[in-house]
Design a protein around this ligand. Sequence first.
Ligand code: HEC
Length: 123
Amino acid sequence: MRLLATLPVLLSIGGMAMAGDCDTGPGQKAFANKCGICHVAETGATPTVGPNLHRIVGRDIGKASGFPYSEALANATGQWTESGLNEFLASPQTVFPGNAMPFEGLKSDAERQKLICYLSSLN
Ligand code: HEC
């Protein structure tokens, strides 16, 4: 698949750009538009359709307490990293086949970087 072939390149570009400080404003807007319909990201806020994404970077995958994850995410191991999120948001079903997030993915590398910048700032 073309997407898979280009992914490593996107990941390395993303990794470099995300390493330093970034402007969280655009990412916060993108989050409100693209993710906010299903996700909250404030400390202790009750999850809506999807799990609360507060402090998602570094968090165990599929383990937020009290959220009814699909088996695909509940059985996953490891933690979310910036590059893992980048890959997941590009194509959720490729990374965790059978997961229950009804989102086809964000093709724009820049858009994913903005979001990850914002999500990292919540740590
Ligand atoms: C239409 C609803 C919906 C939208 C839109 C959506 N999500 Fe999700 N998301 C979910 C659901 C439901 C899950 C849990 C999936 C499962 O259990 O398989 C999830 C899971 C996740 C997880 C895994 C969390 C964990 O605790 O492991 C991340 C990260 C995530 N979403 C990020 C995002 C981001 C960032 C966006 C915006 C680009 C987004 N999602 C858009 C519904 C949505």
